[in-house]
Write a protein that binds this ligand. Structure first.
Ligand code: URA
Length: 421
């Protein structure tokens, strides 16, 4: 078997065998297959796709490319959630302390930003001194003690995804159904939780552009999970606009804290309450979804989840005083407003352009080795359905860069405005 023949086979749109897929994953992880060969195969997969059997084989090969967590020593219901990626998607930062405050356990391994979408680990690292890497023992004991830990995916867990994820990010091969499915499902199964909820996003700012494609991805992930003996639940959510108002690492942490204080935007708050209610219902803590939802709401608005967030941040070495003092986050050197030149009603704020603009401001990576500016990003002051007038501030941008022309153009083009009269 050799990698060139495998690349050529996929380029001719032929299905790869289980052995060929395993050969690729094992040898790529071992360093016997070069990045440029792997990129070539990824592009062939992106262009020609994979059938369901190949996708199961790819997911299994990735799953067993490293360790599989055994969380059986943790008492209670262990839940995990993963999003297919969006703009302003800070759900985990609110949901994880919320579910822990509700009495569930969340032992979560999260990723970094990918393409124009952000990643939970980058966001958490904007909290001064926060450690996103813990030993396995510390990770487990923290979950046992306070019900929550969120760390970066370790090198031992699905190493195939660690390498492929970084490569896909810089080779234009992120938005492929079998690649997204295998990446997410292998990680979620390997991280050991029994109750898994996947948030599949669709729309302008998501990898799946239509609701139909998101449904197809959701069905594929449920199918692959089932073939690998896991029940996966799915929520399909809209990413035509960014989630909430803040985009960029520390800005998103601040909005999450506001949400835990009960002042969050409606879309983010609703999504977190919904997923939490599904977990409470699925774990049989509540016999109806409605009761579970009411309980989640009570815990959020009583600020118990905010207290849990502080405990979680302190336990991972972070400065929990950020909750009461946002000036403790790194501050951007410059800020500038995007001003409306029209009167009218906003039809939509295109999430993709906002995500790309945030990257240009320094909030995301354009190459594997780019260093993120934690303070860079955008705060949307107006969103869909808002009435606006000439001179209104549509958004405020934060950055350390002086040259912001391209980002400004992108943000202006993101606002689709229906003019009055
Ligand atoms: N999130 C992941 O973990 N993997 C993908 O491929 C896309 C989003």
């Amino acid at each position: 078997m050799n990698i060139i023949a495998i690349i050529e086979k996929k380029a001719k749109n032929k299905a790869l065998s289980r052995k060929e897929i395993e050969y690729f994953i094992t040898n790529y992880v071992n360093g016997n297959i070069a990045d440029y060969q792997a990129s070539s195969l990824l592009m062939a997969i992106k262009l020609n796709g994979m059938n369901k059997r190949e996708t199961v084989d790819l997911t299994r090969a990735m799953l067993y490319s490293g360790d599989v967590n055994d969380l059986s020593c943790i008492k209670g219901h262990i839940v995990d959630k993963h999003s297919t990626g969006g703009v302003g998607d800070k759900t985990t930062l609110v949901l994880a302390p919320l579910v822990a405050a509700c009495g569930l356990k969340i032992a979560k391994m999260s990723g970094r930003g990918l393409g124009h979408t952000g990643g939970t680990i980058d966001k958490l690292e904007s909290i001064p001194n926060f450690k996103t890497s813990l030993s396995h023992e510390d990770f487990i004991s923290q979950v046992q003690k306070i019900g929550i830990s969120v760390i970066g995916q370790t090198a031992e867990l699905v190493p195939a995804d660690k390498k492929l994820y970084a490569l896909r990010d810089v080779t234009g091969t992120v938005d492929s159904m079998p690649l997204i499915c295998s990446s997410i499902v292998s990680k979620k199964i390997a991280s050991g939780a029994k109750i898994i909820e996947l948030d599949v996003k669709y729309g302008d700012g998501a990898f799946m552009k239509s609701k139909k494609a998101a449904k197809e991805l959701a069905d594929l992930m449920i199918y692959v999970g089932h073939k690998l003996n896991r029940t996966i639940k799915v929520v399909i959510s809209n990413m035509n606009e960014p989630l909430g108002n803040n985009i960029g690492n520390s800005l998103e942490v601040i909005e999450s804290i506001e949400t835990l204080k009960g002042n969050g935007p409606k879309d983010l708050t609703e999504l977190c309450l919904h997923i939490c209610a599904e977990f409470l219902h699925e774990s049989k803590m509540y016999d109806s979804y409605q009761k579970a939802y009411e309980y989640a709401k009570e815990v959020l608005y009583s600020k118990k989840a905010l207290e849990k967030f502080k405990e979680f941040v302190s336990c991972q070495g972070g400065n929990a005083n950020v909750v009461d003092d946002y000036s403790l986050f790194k501050q951007a050197k410059y800020s500038f407003d995007i001003i409306s030149t029209k009167d009218g009603i906003i039809k939509k704020v295109k999430a993709l352009s906002i995500g790309q603009a945030s990257m240009l401001l320094g909030g995301g990576r354009q190459t594997k080795d780019d260093v993120i500016d934690m303070s860079a990003g955008i705060v949307l002051k107006k969103k869909a359905h808002d009435k606006i007038h000439v001179g209104d501030v549509l958004a405020t941008c934060y950055t350390d860069k002086k040259d912001i022309l391209e980002a400004k153009k992108l943000i202006e083009s993101a606002y689709v405005i229906a003019q009055n009269g």
